[in-house]
Design a protein around this ligand. Structure first.
Ligand code: AMP
Ligand code: ZN
Length: 474
């Protein structure tokens, strides 16, 4: 149960303001996140958005909320149909490897599981029912080619999310493709009547032979799993228009109710200042990076450690910095396992209280992870100083350790740090040689041995209590 006086505030794209988060049902959160379009592997730009959604979910849980998250899989839209036609592989066979890879990548990046992952192709009857409702209510019409369009002039709130005035739009003009620019805002396709380029991708339904438009998919699936009004809807900024604008128009016209209370959008991951995307050819997949030997935790940390409303550039230096940051956190956790001083510092309690408060305040403030991490590293630095000065008892170290594990429930990068391990024989020998080199002040040789150990996956650290080591995996 969350404390009733929580102070979580989110920047709501709908109002362009930070607002206190008040869920519809006390203690519960219903959120919908637009998932991957499975015409290809997801790239780490996509995963930046999924990571933000993971952080959001984990923070709400941290504060005691029970979260129901729905993440759809877009397995029929213009891009998936084009991929299927190009390869000559049936749509469901064409998307399957990417769906499988997506779930594998979610596990690799330690992203918490959503409650449901509905697939668009499994919800066509719900989409048809919603379109029929829009037709009955006069919001939709059939065009000459038997496609069905949404009449944006009928929905006076059209443009309220992406902020433009309906009077500026071209009345009666239409757009059939799923994705288009704001300047081309016009009546959009709810249902696309079969055309030869769709090949074998079609459904025979009461509204004709064809396939759904991309936007109606998310309206139908979110309403089915979360109800007509729910708390949070997320996605990357590119989803704001037309996708989310159209979801609002469809859902609110059909139900007569407010669709979503809080809209949260994450900014893009860039490469040399340009949005990472398949169409720009400037992307890496999760598997590209792990194949190059980069640890999944480092990718995870990199993607989550910049505030979600800030753009940032992907670089390999950034990935290395993420790795170093995790190493600092793990080293600290390791040291806590060993701490056993007789005395205890009176400063410890204040230090812990401060980090709990500051970290929490930062995260409550629209998930300000940059500030939260700065507080965490300051805490680690000061606690390390107390460890250096032999001022941390075993009991206090255990408390510090469980606090670190609590923070890691959010970050998901440290993991439980193992108990004493046995050092392989060759490593023992190398460490002995390194000690000799250090005694002889041969720093170069000592450093080379450190690198050799590192290549074996063993990390060593010189502390005031002597040399400490651990295996990289733990
Ligand atoms: P898509 O597979 O295109 O439907 O995208 C899946 C999610 O990734 C959506 O929420 C997009 O907004 C998001 N996305 C796409 N490109 C990027 C990027 N470069 N940075 C962050 N999020 C992105
Ligand atoms: Zn969607």
């Amino acid at each position: 149960m969350q404390s009733l006086d929580h102070n979580i505030r989110f920047f709501n794209t709908l109002t362009r303001k930070k607002e206190k988060f008040i869920p519809i049902e006390q203690g519960k959160v219903k959120m919908y996140t637009c998932g991957l379009t499975v015409w290809d592997y997801g790239h780490i730009g996509n995963f930046r958005t999924f990571m933000f959604e993971d952080l959001l979910r984990r923070w709400l849980e941290f504060r005691g909320f029970e979260v129901t998250q729905i993440m759809n899989i877009t397995d029929v839209d213009d891009r998936t149909v084009a991929a299927s036609r190009k390869t000559g592989i049936l749509l469901k066979d064409c998307t399957k490897p990417y769906i499988d890879a997506f779930f594998e990548d979610l596990v690799t990046l330690n992203i918490e599981k959503a409650e449901h992952y509905p697939r668009a192709t499994a919800h066509v009857p719900e989409m048809v029912a919603l379109i029929e409702k829009l037709m009955q209510k006069g919001y939709a019409y059939v065009s000459e080619d038997k496609s069905i369009y949404y009449d944006i002039s009928k929905f006076t709130d059209y443009g309220k999310l992406s902020k433009f005035k309906i009077e500026d739009l071209q009345a009666g003009a239409r757009v059939k493709v799923d994705d288009y620019e704001k300047a081309e805002a016009r009546d959009f396709a709810l249902w696309k009547a079969w055309a030869p380029e769709d090949g074998d991708v079609y459904w025979e339904t009461p509204i004709g032979k064809g396939r759904p438009g991309w936007h109606i998919e998310c309206s139908a699936m979110s309403i089915k799993y979360l109800g007509e009004t729910f708390d949070i809807h997320t996605g990357g900024v590119d989803n704001m228009f037309p996708h989310h604008e159209n979801e609002i128009a469809q859902s609110e016209a059909a139900t007569g109710k407010k669709f979503v209370n809080y809209w949260l959008h994450s900014e893009h991951l860039l490469v040399e200042g340009k949005r990472m995307g398949k169409r720009f050819g400037n992307y890496y997949t999760v598997r590209d990076l792990t194949k190059l030997g980069h640890a999944p935790e480092a990718i995870r940390y990199l993607l989550l450690s910049t505030h979600y409303r800030q753009q940032f550039n992907f670089t390999f230096d950034g990935l290395q910095a993420a790795k170093n940051a995790i190493e600092r956190l793990r080293n600290f956790a390791y040291r806590l396992k060993d701490a056993n001083s007789a005395g205890n510092s009176p400063e410890l309690k204040a230090l812990m209280d401060r980090v709990k408060k500051e970290f929490g305040d930062a995260m409550d403030d629209d998930l300000n992870i940059n500030a939260a991490l700065a507080w965490l590293f300051e805490f680690v630095r000061e606690a390390n100083n107390l460890l250096d000065a032999n001022k941390v008892s075993k009991a206090a170290a255990e408390e510090l350790y469980s606090l670190m594990m609590k923070f890691d429930k959010l970050l998901g990068v440290i993991g439980e740090v193992g108990e004493e391990q046995k050092l392989p024989k060759e490593a023992e020998e190398l460490i002995r040689k390194r000690e000799e080199a250090r005694k002889a002040k041969n720093w170069k040789a000592a450093d080379e041995i450190r690198q050799q150990l590192r290549a074996m996956g063993i990390i060593i650290e010189d502390t005031p209590q002597g040399l400490k080591w651990r295996s990289e995996k733990n």
